[in-house]
Design a protein around this ligand. Sequence first.
Ligand code: NAP
Length: 251
Amino acid sequence: MAPNLLVLGGTTEATALCRAIANAGLRGTISFAGRVVRPVRHPLPQRVGGFGGAAGLADYLRAHNITHVVDATHPFAAQMSRNAVAACADAQVPLAALTRAPWAPVPGDGWTTVPDITAAVVALDRAPARVMLAIGRMNLPAFAPQPQHFYLLRLVDPPQTPPPFPDHHIMIDRGPFRTDSDRALMADHKIDLVVSKNAGGTGAYAKIAAARDLGLPVIMIDRPALPRRLELHDVQTVLDWAVHAPTDLGV
Ligand code: NAP
């Protein structure tokens, strides 16, 4: 059967993959959660919204004759990734994840690594500081217990409800970002601490490099654990897998 891919998206890697799928003349659909008001445009048909858990995704795969699933979601989109593993096993559809290596500290970095968002909130239990909180809109409510800080928030869309801390500044912007502009941003807002997810990749790394240049500490949140799955690291390898390994269940 000719490949008919489902790409679970929401990242720059997913965008690049869709372009490559279209250029290769392959069939594919990109799926978004629907969190972003104006998703980046893709050259493939798109669908928006949850599938209804792993069972809903398995039904979708069968109903749409999907031959391969590529999980190109963000490394912190753990629920979607877990559902993809379960649904692909259920529907017997090969799955590959298009992943990026996590960032590792280099000389000059002042990271405190924490296991999850909850631990990052605990790590902020300190005297008022000026914090760049670069973790996306969905996790802001978790920081309500630390309202003493000033928070610089950079978001793709304005939050639907005001953040649960009074002293903040919201910037609406979408990556990729540049180190020199992030350095200037942090200096302008007199930032003295950065909180970041360990997203990996290049588009969000500017703030980490800027923090290093300015000698600022970073609270770095580790990635959630995921079930074992086939992990591929570049777009061409994913295309080769889809075209040449149609029966590899990828586990
Ligand atoms: P999540 O917690 O893993 O997913 C929660 C639910 O949202 C999933 O169970 C699924 O609903 C739905 N969903 C997630 N991604 C989807 C997709 N690509 N297509 C269709 N449904 C999807 O995910 P999240 O952390 O909220 O992230 C949502 C989206 O934003 C992802 O696509 C991710 O790539 C992107 N993103 C996330 C982050 C981050 O820091 N988490 C950063 C940048 C971009 P059902 O169970 O109903 O199917």
